[in-house]
Design a protein around this ligand. Sequence first.
Ligand SMILES: C[S@@+](CC[C@H](N)C(=O)[O-])C[C@H]1O[C@@H](n2cnc3c(N)ncnc32)[C@H](O)[C@@H]1O
Length: 314
Amino acid sequence: MKKSAQLIQSNNDECVMMNKKLDANCNSRISNHEVISMPFSSVSEAISWGAKMLLESIGDASLAERESKWLLESSAVSAGRDPLFLNQPDLTARVSSVFRSHIARRSRGEPLSYVIGEASFRGIDLFVTSDVLIPRPETEQLVDEILKLIPKAAEWQILDQGTGSGAIAIAVALERKLVHVTGIDKSTSAIDIAKKNVKRYGLENRIDIIEADIFPKEGLFDMIIANLPYVPDKVDLPKEITEWEPVLALRGGPTGMEVINRSIELSNKFLKPNGLLIYEIGEEQESGFREHWQNRFEFKKDLNNKIRFMIDRG
Ligand SMILES: C[S@@+](CC[C@H](N)C(=O)[O-])C[C@H]1O[C@@H](n2cnc3c(N)ncnc32)[C@H](O)[C@@H]1O
């Protein structure tokens, strides 16, 4: 019998653990993320319990049900089980315990990707924690724009500034087999996640991940690609973002354009002749960048018809 199950016994329909009364769901919080709990008797019981718990924060019954199912699958994986094991009628105490903890985190508003520990980006599964931004759909489009600029046979050196989870670097390296990417980030903990993701895709020989402020100590690149922080310091962001995602990934200075402008100013030293630059920017920033860089850049819209990308073709 598993330890968590041993600790709990049912006593006149009340749950007790070492003589301590537990709550109605037989839960006792023993650490931040671990909850000792009675195992659910079936997968469907667990999913409907999770959906009920999530309904208040999510507000949409079918989404709550779907998320509950995803969280149960991820709980099985976190507990070291194959998700196929969920076809069996009984759930182990360990899986039930991880699941209750995941549902509790999601109910408090933590983004699903952080709870699951993974995000999907252009079909690539990336490890994510609250140390990195959850890659956004606009950034998938940034990769489309980047790929349009790189010929298939190009053996380019590419610099990915603000690599975060490594999403852009990995997506580009997977689609352009001859390029070498250097991913830079200022955050030590983001660097750890990016390295894990690079290893996951076996790209250690073609992607270097380096902790630095925008540029490495040295290097010459054919292209600089960047999704650096660009939200102005004083612009309000939704609570779901500010409460959970890293501020270093979001705030770009008083106008939001400071980090990108610094990258452009220093780029001459790191770009080969006719080297290319491409940045993701904020939807309100076109005129600011146009004025500052005297129409040096071409601007492109995202799928929501908002200006989102800025390109200098060298
Ligand atoms: C908007 S996130 C982008 C993450 C990832 N590239 C993506 O698209 O999902 C910006 C990233 O830039 C990093 N960053 C912020 N300021 C930086 C700086 N001065 N030098 C290097 N990286 C920086 C943050 O830590 C964060 O990981």
